[in-house]
Design a protein around this ligand. Structure first.
Ligand code: SAM
Length: 285
């Protein structure tokens, strides 16, 4: 049964008397072409286990199951669980889990590595992606539909307004790419903004030399806290660190950073060197 088309999606929703909830980010995909492109980007094979966040009525879930991959779909809205069970009951490689993707322990659901593929509810885009990247889950690839503006920040390079804590957080853990842009017209209801499908290839090994990861991210967050300020000023007034100006000047000099530069001009590699220098000078205190 083809469930990703406008009339079928509307029929399923009205049959189950379902009003979509904006608060749960319920914008359902109704375009088969886009669903196929998401599955292609995920490069699924029957050896893969995929976790899907927010299957909705199961359009993407079904496409992914057809590749032979094992699909574990986590849905928060309890009204959708019987709908999913009914529409997907012909597949024996789909497991439906009722839960909140922000709390679920993914490692309890999967034995070994997995891919994460989802048309994400946009209100949890950043927390869910950062949770997957930071909490050490065995995730090899993340293919997600998100707001275009957030995707642009993830892939941004130093120098522009999009570059910031999110760019560094995502690029520290993965090699992110915008796979393709998606217009609002392929959803019911249509969102106000354009979307993109992101392809984040999670790094198997860290290629940056960082002495202390937690300290590194405190330095990055502090540096961008007031992004119009110079790196020297933002580090000295940062809420996440307690550094005196002499130490900051010493570290900046050691690494060869002009104290008048702004955080948005510094590459991840430079941030790594700076945080290592500060860590050595302060002992991470
Ligand atoms: N996958 C479907 C599609 O592409 O048509 C639906 C995508 S819709 C953008 C997001 C889905 O995520 C909704 O079904 C919503 O109920 C669900 N959702 C929202 N918050 C969630 C959470 N915290 N954990 C799991 N699912 C959630």
């Amino acid at each position: 049964m083809e469930i990703a088309n406008p009339s079928n999606t509307k029929d399923i929703l009205s049959k189950h008397n379902l009003q979509l909830k904006k608060s749960l980010g319920q914008n359902f995909l109704i375009d088969n072409n886009i669903l196929n492109k998401i599955v292609e980007t995920a490069e699924l094979t029957e050896d893969d286990t995929v976790i899907e966040i927010g299957p909705g009525i199961g359009s993407l879930t079904q496409k992914m199951a057809e590749t032979g991959a094992k699909v574990i779909a986590i849905e928060l809205d309890n009204r959708l669980i019987p709908v999913l069970k009914e529409s997907l009951n012909v597949y024996n490689n789909i497991e439906i889990v009722h839960g909140d993707a922000l709390d679920v322990d993914f490692s309890e659901l999967v034995d070994g590595s997995f891919k994460l593929v989802a048309n994400l509810p946009y209100y949890i885009t950043t927390p869910i992606i950062m949770r997957l990247l930071e909490e050490g889950f065995d995730v090899e690839k993340i293919v997600v539909m998100i707001q275009k503006e957030v995707g642009e920040r993830m892939v941004a390079s130093p120098g522009g307004k999009d570059y910031g804590v999110l760019s560094i957080g995502v690029q520290y853990h993965s090699n992110p790419e915008i796979a393709f842009v998606v217009p609002p017209t392929v959803f019911i209801p249509q969102p106000k903004v354009e979307s993109v499908v992101m392809d984040l290839k999670v790094k198997e090994e860290q290629n940056l030399e960082v002495l202390d990861e937690e300290f590194f991210f405190k330095v990055v967050k502090s540096a961008f806290h007031q992004r119009r300020k110079t790196i020297r000023n933002s580090l000295s007034k940062a809420p996440y660190l307690n550094l005196n100006r002499d130490l900051i000047d010493q570290a900046l000099e050691e690494v060869g950073i002009d104290p008048r530069r702004r955080a948005e001009k510094l590459s991840i590699e430079t941030f790594a060197q700076l945080s290592n220098a500060l860590f050595n000078l302060t002992g991470g205190e």
